[in-house]
Design a protein around this ligand. Sequence first.
Ligand code: NAP
Length: 256
Amino acid sequence: MAKIRGLILGGTTEARALAQALSKKAGFDILLSLAGRTEKPSNQPVPVRIGGFGGADGLASFLRDGGFDLLVDATHPFAARISANANGAARLCGIAALALRRPEWVQQPGDQWIATRNIQQAIAALGPGARRVFLATGRQEAHYAEAAAHHFYLVRSVDPVNPPLNIPNVEYILDRGPFDIDREIGLLASHRIDAVVAKNSGGAATYAKIEAARHLCIEVFMIARAPAPAMRAVETIEEALRAIDHLFPPAMERGV
Ligand code: NAP
């Protein structure tokens, strides 16, 4: 019997976990797609292809040519372009499609969040006085900090920020989640951080910095997500597996 061919658009912990879960299910042949942004991507439990497809049309052709039956958009909630392309491609080729999007973090008692729409607005909102800022938004957008070079920035990213920021007071840390609350408290305290700039990514792997900021009464300039495309969406791996079982009932249920 032919296997169900699935393409997972990844680059997140959830994509990796879903790939792992589907690889253990009988009857699925899964390919994981990465953009190729990270120099040393984590090991993945299924075959991987790397690089862009050339927009929604390119992705639609890839899906058709590869005989795929299922597309899962499990990219980061701030990777807006690929999610729009996934939605477009799924419509173009009429393939079963699903988005796996972790729920947003919600402000808790003790949190001091300043809501911002994008990183430029978050940097501007830091204000005229010099602050000590933990910039945890990833290396691709770190350069926006140059618009407010009077602050000190502690920049954390998976790969080096290249070229380095044109800012007199900056330190870099290379690290990859998951992060732990005690270490995050230690990091913020030892650098005397008084402002955190973060994306509302959701999920557990990078939430510790938000908890650490709450613990230390530090303001968080929280960048909101852009509206997601209208693709059917689930929030957890378990929900994704249930939805996939519904789309492609296991062989026994189909009487095979
Ligand atoms: P983006 O702006 O939404 O996408 C830009 C282009 O990169 C897309 O149009 C597509 O090129 C290509 N691309 C993105 N994700 C891809 C994937 N999984 N497989 C193949 N091509 C992909 O994306 P981004 O914000 O740069 O993020 C890139 C990757 O990093 C994503 O896989 C995302 O899950 C991961 N990531 C992003 C963030 C974040 O904060 N943005 C954080 C953690 C991880 P074509 O149009 O040529 O197909």
